[in-house]
Design a protein around this ligand. Structure first.
Ligand code: GAL
Length: 334
């Protein structure tokens, strides 16, 4: 009996030393709770939309933690738009043995990092940047949005304006296109489908300029300022693949003494708070809701399901976009 007790004691001591089941004190009360480690890799912190998104993820787990019970320790890292940096960060999560990951890839033209994640066997939700035709495994899935729809809505917003935005009445809608990161399917599809909607509906278009502003406000502003000084009144519509760049475009439009809705039109995507304000006061023709909260919630829920042992069958989960104009913008002002 004595021997049995001492063996039991030794086993208990080993468990205590190495942290059996990652137990730790719950925030309130005397009960202990499991701690689940979640690693979140964001392609770049300096991005308007992904900033909203990562704050939503953090809040999702903060809210769960506040309820007591299982505690989630969330570490969010900035890939600084550098694939090598991100690979190192994700490999660190893997070697630290995190329980689950949410990964917003820097590079989608290669599936090497995704494959490394699959091999680790750690449940992981990829978000926002989709690898085309990727076969997700049992412990991975993707949450995003169908970028074709966001482009289509942009085209529809322009189509719905008087004379489809043909301000000078020459029978042609002349536009400039400010693109996001061209490697990114969101940028490719928005560029294509916004114009496709117009041409499919019989509008003749003339592309004056198309270049990448890399999703960034400052680059959007610079490109549009240069084009306004070159092309002047010939520019009838400014398409921006996201609102960050549209906010830059708006600065350039104002500086050039132009007025949205009167002598130029401007559309973006995301419905970030600044853009919703601009739509409300007429500084933007419209935008498209890219539902950061809906996507963050879907991503966190999918991860929790996988952590609970479930296999996600809907491997590519698209959260719908919504067209946002003056008519419905109030709903999206936070
Ligand atoms: C898009 C979003 C952009 C930018 C990009 C990053 O979905 O509209 O603003 O965040 O993702 O990949």
């Amino acid at each position: 009996m004595k021997k049995l007790l001492s063996i039991l004691l030794a086993v208990l001591m080993v468990f205590a030393l190495f942290g059996c089941g990652k137990k730790e004190e719950a925030p309130e009360g005397g009960e202990t709770a499991d701690t689940v480690k979640i690693g979140v890799a964001i392609y770049q912190f300096d991005d308007n939309f992904m900033t909203l998104y990562r704050n939503d993820i953090q809040k999702y787990f903060d809210d769960l933690n506040a309820k007591g019970g299982t505690q989630y320790e969330v570490v969010i890292v900035d890939g600084a738009n550098d694939a090598a940096t991100q690979t190192e960060q994700v490999n660190t999560f893997i070697s630290q043995g995190v329980d689950g990951m949410i990964v917003n890839l820097v590079q989608t033209s290669s599936d090497a990092l995704a494959k490394a994640v699959e091999d680790s066997g750690i449940p992981t939700v990829f978000i926002n940047r989709e690898i085309a035709d990727y076969a997700y495994g049992d412990k991975t899935c993707y949450v995003g949005a169908d970028a074709r729809d966001s482009g289509t809505y942009q085209g529809q917003i322009i189509f719905d304006q008087p004379d489809h935005c043909d301000l000078n009445g020459d029978g042609v809608v002349s536009y400039i296109m400010i693109m996001g990161d061209p490697e990114n399917s969101d940028a490719q599809f928005r560029t294509e489908y916004s114009i496709k909607y117009l041409t499919d509906n019989g509008v003749t278009v003339n592309k004056l300029f198309e270049q990448t502003g890399n999703w960034a406000q400052a680059q959007g502003q610079e490109l549009v300022a240069t084009e306004l000084s070159k092309e002047g009144d010939d520019i009838e519509v400014v398409f921006c693949n996201n609102d960050g760049m549209a906010m830059g475009a708006l600065e350039a439009i104002k500086a050039a003494g132009r007025k949205v809705g009167e002598d130029i039109y401007l559309v973006g995507v995301d419905a970030i708070p600044e853009a919703c304000d601009a739509v409300k006061n007429g500084d933007m023709t419209g935008t498209v809701l890219n539902d950061d909260l809906g996507q963050a919630t879907a991503a966190c829920e999918s991860l929790l399901k996988m952590l609970g042992g479930e296999v996600i069958t809907n491997k590519v989960n698209y959260v719908p976009y919504v067209m946002v104009t003056k008519d419905n913008v109030d709903q999206y002002i936070k």
